[in-house]
Ligand binder design. Structure first.
Ligand SMILES: [Fe+2]
Ligand SMILES: [Fe+2]
Length: 278
């Protein structure tokens, strides 16, 4: 495990100040402790639960994140356009948004001697109209392989586990890892099959004392009254959680993986080891 060529850390939806805070408390130590080469994180809820501001992007990079992926909330803060349009941007958005949308949905990072391609897609269920993520992912992965890039990671930002699982079935054996985001609820199906690591959803990093990282009182009111209410990140949040997936890759193949959870300022716990499927 420790001898892999590339060790990736992946954090899912970071929600608001509480999510940014717990990442800032722990990430640098975790990078050292687990010898993580590169950290990818999903930013779509990082600024007060909706989108990402330039100020908060600086804060997250300073905490140790190397590249950030997005989702359906990518566009919620208008200031993100300048971040996405920057030629050297380390912030991407889902690749299957129309080509007219700002930014890119793929980034190839040089990590030591290795090249790592990171791709970001949104699913179709309960999302704005986007292009078919399965066809686009399939075509991009083929092109990357033709270009000799073997280390490939996908953040598939989708509501339906069926879509996530289908993406895995389409791409397994061709990419290093695929992890889901968006639901904010972690799943326990971490597996490595045909050298590809898969997890349906890594789960939220933020406040755990509410509903999906948001203040529970407004969400409860909405469900009880049936009238849509603006959701907010809780003002105070004594109960925070950070969840991170750690993936080992050697020559494009996932060789091991595990998930850690951290509650508040406590030591981390390892909740799942990847199961090796034939
Ligand atoms: Fe989210
Ligand atoms: Fe989302």
């Amino acid at each position: 495990m420790w001898n892999s060529k590339l060790r990736i850390g992946f954090i899912g939806d970071i929600v608001g100040r509480h999510g940014r805070d717990i990442v800032s408390w722990h990430l640098q130590n975790l990078k050292k402790k687990y010898k993580i080469d590169v950290v990818i994180a999903n930013y779509e809820n990082a600024s007060h639960g909706f989108g990402l501001t330039p100020k908060n992007s600086k804060e997250l990079f300073a905490s140790g994140i190397d590249l950030m992926t997005g989702g359906n909330h990518t566009w919620d803060k208008k200031e993100i356009k300048s971040l996405l349009d920057d030629e050297n941007s380390l912030i991407i958005r889902p690749l299957n948004y129309p080509q007219t949308a700002p930014g890119k949905g793929i980034k190839i990072l040089e990590v030591g001697e290795e090249k790592l391609a990171i791709l970001n897609f949104v699913g179709c269920a309960f999302m704005s109209m986007c292009d078919n993520p399965f066809i686009i992912a399939h075509n991009y992965v083929q092109k990357l392989q033709e270009d000799g890039i073997k280390n490939i990671f996908i953040d598939f930002h989708a509501e339906a586990t069926s879509e996530k699982r289908a993406m895995f079935e389409i791409l397994k054996g061709q990419i290093s890892a695929i992890c889901g985001t968006h639901t904010h609820v972690g799943t326990d199906d971490l597996v490595i099959e045909q050298n590809t690591l898969y997890l349906s959803d890594i789960g939220v990093t933020g406040c755990r004392d509410g509903i999906l990282g948001m203040d529970g009182s407004n969400v409860k009111k909405q469900f009880l009254e049936g009238i849509k209410i603006r959701h907010d990140v809780p003002k105070n949040c004594p109960k925070k959680i950070m969840q991170m997936l750690i993936i080992d890759i050697d020559d494009g193949k996932a060789t091991d993986g595990f998930k850690i959870k951290i509650y508040d300022k406590n030591e981390e716990i390892i909740t799942q080891k990847a199961f090796f499927e034939e």
